[in-house]
Design a protein around this ligand. Structure first.
Ligand code: ADP
Length: 872
């Protein structure tokens, strides 16, 4: 221990050092290295002790109060770090930056060892295998507002993935939802808008500085190599790079040359839609039960990450989609090749992550071994696939990326043992035969050990003590040990042995010969370790120079894994290849919901496939029918089919034809969002508002039970107006499920709307849900039959029937809930009237010469305009 905190008048030097480091750590927990422990103090200690469930103790005093403290052993720090990060903390690691000996030499025996923060550990900047899920990417995203746009810079430093994108405010949410960042970094001033984000100085997000940082980091003279990087992207990249430099304390992680994404290059899906379709996480946030889990048959971690990214960002470019599909089809149609490739992938280590660690300066011999083995397997795969006929274009594009590492793999194979360790302190990772000098050192060590064994035999002989042993421990090094009763014999003067230690049952000695041999061994192994370390450095350097090519191989392998996996899934589920047309239609035959279908299959039930046929002249389907009849399943399955198709996957249907969808919206079921402090109805309306504001003629919208969260009249009125709005204004493809029978009247006035229902029938007084779609409206609502099916007591069911009869009689007399709605002017006509009034205002405003107005006249005019706006 190199310092203490005593109760003295002023703070101890150690406390001064601690507080300075803590100030630098800002709101991160400070891990303060003391010998074999990382210690935490004050509030950090309280927080860590609570999260880690470890003892909170105290030490010394500060300002007259005991200092709370807890600590974790350095060798087990990774596990504790993982738990702290998962619990939402960030951690600053302060290491000793000199040895106690150096400190003494510098300033005398009482000198405090210098310490500094060497790294920040944060959720978005992890590279350690043990801290990451192998199948999910770990995104760090920086956001920079410039004008009315936002630049986003996103990186997964565990693999070097780096992308830039510029979005309008209306697409920001969907883009952030796609990236699903584990850490978000924003400039000072945006804290309100991005709750939970890391706030960094505004100066870090300067676009000019950002552009320069990008050029500097990638050694570019202009940014053209990346593409037309916008100012907003430069600002965001600047913020990201500055944050990474801060977190690594100058040690930059791996970043590949950034990919510029166009927002319009992929299907936009906002967070509410992602949640409602359960794309990568199901209801409770777990992966199980999600679309991703249902589709995922990838073998490698990199493949799983690629598939997750594909599904979260389906494409808008038909040629890229077709290229992906052709590769899936190739694997689909050749099951033997598929099997062979998949079993080859099974042997594959995670090259991308190993490379990420090596570049971040945290690589181990094991990482180099993984890169070697992965690239070697890649070459075999290339040879096998390269020999196949009729290769699709995408494969021909990928195969060359698997090659070209021959020389490096060769060097790594010769240099490293078969399974190199993570820990370098014991050496033994450089292979025998790679370096003759190292081999000599090692054999000197071995010879020394042999010499010691011979010495032991000789001493037994000369002393006559058969139980004599030469042993080794970390404190004494080598020593001679005899049982206590033989101790005296060796103690005798002139015996050649020098006493070192007396134990309970044994006595320990040294001897000049043993000392000499021991020295030889220690020296040789010290030199051997140093030689191994030097080789590790060389090998790392070789890998670093080839980092981009290695990363490209890793990406190509991931794409091959995804393609073969999608083929496997398609073959398993009898899925079909979707086709694309230029007009906005959606024609699905025999469509199924993959997750519901598998769930039913587990209990031996069959999923009923259904068709969907939306076209420009019949683009809105109103689906009615009893609860539990399968309406929302039908809605979702069509949304999922669109998503899968545009991600380049086969789809669960017998045939599927569609025009590309630009935005996908789903408002299904009244998902409770009370945790966010909004009522269900409020959430429903916020989401519906977003759809009405953003859906275009190329969008696809599914809406289920809009208006359910409020009273019948309000609900019906809102649902009515929403259907009209979608039909007249958004003009998108839409499936709208409702239990408001009255809405079916809309088919009289809206041309592109057609009526459908999920079929049900009563059989011997019981309701049978057929889960089958029929044309036309549902004949009745079956609500009471469903209630009976659900087990409502017979007397309640029979009472409900009586009430219903009464209500229906009333309806027959008055024309019902929607009486007179048919006479309402159409949505668009009503809008025109409002528009006319706005136009009058606009005319008045355009005719104004503001400069000619006195303040008084301006005020009068404002009153006048306000009056005009309020006129009815
Ligand atoms: P609704 O939205 O009409 O209330 P759901 O879509 O929630 O009904 O479906 C209710 C249940 O019916 C589902 O959980 C599923 O078990 C079953 N189901 C739905 N669609 C089908 C189908 N096409 N084939 C078989 N079972 C289905």
């Amino acid at each position: 221990m190199t310092g203490t905190m005593k109760a003295t008048s002023g703070p101890t030097p150690m406390m001064v050092q601690y507080l300075a480091l803590k100030a630098k750590a800002e709101d991160c927990l400070l891990f303060y290295r003391m010998g074999d422990f990382f210690e935490l103090f004050f509030d950090d200690a309280r927080a860590a002790a609570a999260t880690l469930d470890i003892a909170l103790t105290s030490r010394g005093e500060h300002d007259g109060r005991p200092i709370p403290m807890c600590g974790v052993p350095v060798h087990a720090a990774e596990g504790y770090l993982a738990r702290l990060i998962k619990a939402g903390h960030r951690v600053a690691i302060a290491e000793q930056t000199e040895s106690p000996e150096d400190a003494k030499a510098r300033g005398g025996s009482k000198t405090l060892v210098a310490r500094d923060i060497v790294r920040f550990v944060t959720a978005g900047t992890l590279t350690e295998d043990s801290l990451l899920d192998s199948w999910t990417s770990n995104m760090l995203v920086a956001v920079a507002p410039v004008g009315d746009e936002y630049g986003l810079a996103a990186a997964d430093i565990s693999t070097g993935y780096f992308e830039l994108v510029t979005v309008a405010a209306s697409a920001l949410e969907a883009e952030l939802a796609r990236l699903s960042a584990s850490e978000l970094v924003v400039p000072d001033g945006l804290a309100q808008q991005f709750i939970g984000a890391i706030i960094r100085p505004r100066a870090d997000f300067d676009s000019i500085v950002g552009g320069d940082l990008l050029k500097q980091h990638f050694a570019l003279s202009t940014l053209d190599a990346i593409g037309a990087v916008t100012r907003a992207e430069q600002a965001a990249a600047g913020g990201l790079i500055a944050y990474l430099a801060h977190v690594g304390q100058g040690n930059m992680p791996f970043l590949k040359l950034p990919v510029r994404r166009e927002v319009h290059a992929h299907l936009l899906i906002d967070q509410a839609t992602r949640d409602s379709l359960e794309i990568s996480a199901a209801n409770k946030g777990a992966r199980a039960g999600s679309l991703l889990a249902e589709v995922d048959r990838t073998i490698t971690g990199a493949g799983a990450r690629q598939l997750a990214s594909d599904l979260s960002a389906p494409l808008m470019d038909q040629s890229i989609i077709e290229a992906r599909l052709s590769l899936v089809q190739w694997f689909h149609d050749a099951p033997l090749t598929r099997d062979a490739v998949r079993s080859a992938l099974r042997q594959l280590p995670d090259i991308a992550r190993a490379l990420g660690r090596v570049v971040a300066g945290r690589g181990s011999p094991r990482d180099l071994g993984q890169i070697r083995d992965g690239l070697d397997a890649a070459r075999h795969l290339r040879e096998r696939l390269g020999a196949m006929a009729d290769r699709p274009q995408l494969l021909d594009h990928l195969l060359p990326m698997l090659d070209g590492h021959g020389h490096m793999v060769d060097v790594l194979s010769r240099a490293l043992v078969t399974s190199p360790p993570t820990d370098t302190t014991q050496g033994g990772y450089i292979a025998e035969g790679y370096d003759a000098a190292l081999d000599v050192l090692r054999s000197a060590g071995r010879d020394g050990r042999q010499a010691i064994a011979q010495l032991e035999a000789r001493y037994r002989d000369s002393t006559g003590v058969a139980a004599l042993k030469i042993r080794h421990n970390a404190v004494l090094g080598y020593f001679v040990e005899v049982p206590a009763k033989h101790g005296d014999a060796l103690m005798a003067a002139g015996s050649g042995f020098a006493h070192r230690q007396t134990m309970a049952g044994a006595v320990r000695f040294n001897s000049p010969e043993l000392h000499e041999e021991a020295m030889r061994i220690t020296q040789a192994s010290g030199h051997a370790l140093a030689a191994e370390a030097a080789h590790l450095e060389e090998l790392t350097a070789i890998v670093l120079t080839r980092r981009d090519a290695i990363a490209a191989s890793a990406d190509a392998l991931a794409r091959i894994d995804v393609s073969a996996a999608l083929a496997e899934r398609a073959a398993e589920g009898n899925w079909c290849r979707p086709s694309f047309v230029s007009h906005p239609c959606l024609e699905i035959e025999g469509g199924r919901h993959p997750v519901v279908e598998s769930a039913l299959a587990k209990s031996g039930d069959r999923f009923i496939a259904n068709d969907c046929k939306l076209s420009p002249d019949k683009r809105l389907w109103l689906v009615s029918g009893p609860n539990m009849g399968g309406k929302s399943t039908f809605l979702r399955q069509n949304a999922l089919i669109v998503l899968l198709a545009q991600a380049g996957s086969y789809v669960p249907a017998t045939s599927a034809k569609l025009g590309l969808v630009d935005r996908l919206f789903s408002r299904v079921g009244a998902s409770d969002n009370l945790a966010r402090g909004r009522s269900t109805f409020m959430v429903e309306m916020v989401e519906t508002a977003a759809i009405l504001a953003q859906a275009t003629e190329r969008s696809f919208v599914i809406l289920d039970e809009v208006g359910r969260g409020t009273s019948t009249y309000d609900g019906l009125a809102i649902a009515w107006a929403v259907v009209e709005g979608i039909h007249e204004t958004n003009r998108c493809r839409c499936l709208f499920a409702t239990h408001y029978h009255e809405l079916t009247r809309l088919s009289d006035s809206l041309d592109a709307l057609s009526l459908h229902h999920v079929r049900a029938k009563e059989y011997k007084g019981d309701l049978v849900l057929l889960h089958e779609l029929g044309d036309g409206p549902a004949d009745r609502s079956y609500g009471i039959a469903v209630a009976k099916l659900a087990g409502l007591p017979p007397q309640v069911v029979s009472r409900a029937k009586t009430v219903l009869e009464k209500l229906e009689k009333g309806r027959a007399e008055t024309g019902g809930l929607a009486a007179g709605l048919g006479d309402l002017p159409l949505f668009s006509a009503a809008l025109d009237a409002a528009e006319a009034k706005v136009d009058a205002l606009r005319e008045k405003l355009t005719g104004l010469d503001i400069d000619a107005l006195s303040p008084r006249a301006a005020l009068d005019l404002l009153y006048e305009l306000k009056r005009a706006a309020g006129e009815n």
